[in-house]
Design a binder for this molecule. Structure first.
Ligand SMILES: NC(=O)c1ccc[n+]([C@@H]2O[C@H](COP(=O)([O-])OP(=O)(O)OC[C@H]3O[C@@H](n4cnc5c(N)ncnc54)[C@H](O)[C@@H]3O)[C@@H](O)[C@H]2O)c1
Length: 247
C-alpha cells in the first residue's frame, strides 16, 4: 500500500471506537505514527495492535480543560511534533428539547465542542510554531439541519463548524489547515445506537443513496483533508451524507 503518511505523526481522539479507530487504522496502514486518545482504557492495546510501529495510546477524559495540553505534550515527547489532529471523540445524548436535562446538555457541549476546541488549541500551538498542520474536526449533518431530539447534539456540531471557520482563518498564514467533516449516520457503535430500528430504516430511505455511511468512507475523506495535497482546502465543512442535506 502507498505509504502516503510516512513520517507523519497523527493525534486522533476517540481512537478506541468507530470513526476515530478507523481513521487511526487508515493512517497507520499508510505509514503514519498514531497517538490515539480516548476515555476508554482499551485505547492503549488498540493502538499497539495497529499496523506499523511506534503508535501510542493515551487514556484520558478530554473534557478536563487541562487534558489537551498534557495529551499534546505527551504526544510530542513520545512521537514528535504532530502534523495531524483529528477530533473524533464525541457523544450523542438524545432528548426532546423540552426535556433536555442540564447535565446532558452540558455533557454534550463539553465533549463534542469544548474538548475539540481544547485539543485544536493545544495542537494548534505546536503546529503554528512548526509552520505545518492539518486539523479535521468531526461535525455532522446535524450541524447544518435540524434532527428530532438532537438539540444539544445539533448545537454542539454547529459550534464545531463556527470554530472551524475561525481557526482556519487565524492559522492559514501559518501553514495549518482546519476543516470539518459532516457525515450522515455512520455505522459505528454511536450511529447504530442512535438510529436503531424503524427510525433507522426510515432514515435510510430518506437518504438519496439509500444507506448509511461506512466508517472507512469517512476515514478516506479525513485522510484526504489531512494530506499534503489538500493545502488549499481550509475552513470548509465537507458533507458526506449520500445527498441527504441537499434534498
Ligand atoms: N456515527 C455517526 O452516525 C456519526 C455521524 C456524524 C458525526 N459523527 C461524529 O463522529 C465522531 C465519532 O463518532 P463515532 O460514531 O465513531 O462514535 P463512537 O461512540 O463509536 O466513538 C466515540 C469515541 O469517543 C470516545 N469519547 C467519548 N467521550 C470522550 C471523552 N470525554 N474523552 C475522550 N474520549 C471520549 C468514546 O470512548 C469512543 O471511543 C463523533 O464526534 C460523532 O458525533 C458520528
Amino acid at each position: 500500500m502507498e505509504q502516503e503518511f510516512e513520517g507523519r505523526i497523527a493525534i486522533v481522539t476517540g481512537a478506541a471506537s468507530g470513526i476515530g479507530y478507523t481513521v487511526a487504522h487508515h493512517f497507520a496502514s499508510r505509514g503514519a505514527r498514531v497517538v490515539g486518545v480516548d476515555l476508554s482504557e482499551s485505547v492503549g492495546a488498540l493502538m499497539a495492535e495497529l499496523p506499523g510501529t511506534g503508535h501510542h495510546g493515551i487514556a484520558r477524559d478530554l473534557t478536563a480543560p487541562e487534558a489537551a495540553g498534557e495529551v499534546v505534550a505527551e504526544a510530542v515527547r513520545v512521537a514528535g511534533t504532530p502534523h495531524i489532529l483529528v477530533n473524533s471523540a464525541g457523544i450523542a445524548l438524545l432528548d426532546p428539547a423540552i426535556d433536555v436535562p442540564a447535565a446532558r446538555w452540558q455533557a454534550t457541549i463539553n465533549v463534542n465542542l469544548s474538548a475539540s476546541f481544547y485539543m485544536a488549541q493545544a495542537a494548534g500551538r505546536v503546529m503554528v510554531e512548526a509552520g505545518y498542520g492539518r486539523i479535521v474536526n468531526l461535525a455532522s449533518q446535524a450541524a447544518v439541519i435540524g434532527l428530532d431530539q438532537h438539540a444539544a447534539y445539533c448545537a454542539s456540531k454547529a459550534g464545531i463548524v463556527g470554530l472551524t471557520h475561525v481557526l482556519s482563518l487565524e492559522w492559514a498564514p501559518k501553514g495549518v489547515t482546519v476543516n470539518a467533516v459532516s457525515p450522515t449516520v455512520v455505522e459505528t457503535p454511536l450511529g447504530k445506537k442512535a438510529w436503531a430500528g424503524e427510525k433507522g430504516e426510515k432514515a435510510k430511505r430518506d437518504i438519496p443513496v439509500g444507506r448509511f455511511a461506512q466508517p472507512e468512507e469517512v476515514a478516506s475523506l479525513i485522510a484526504y483533508l489531512s494530506s499534503d495535497v489538500a493545502a488549499m482546502i481550509t475552513g470548509t465543512n465537507v458533507l458526506i451524507d449520500g445527498g441527504f442535506t441537499t434534498v
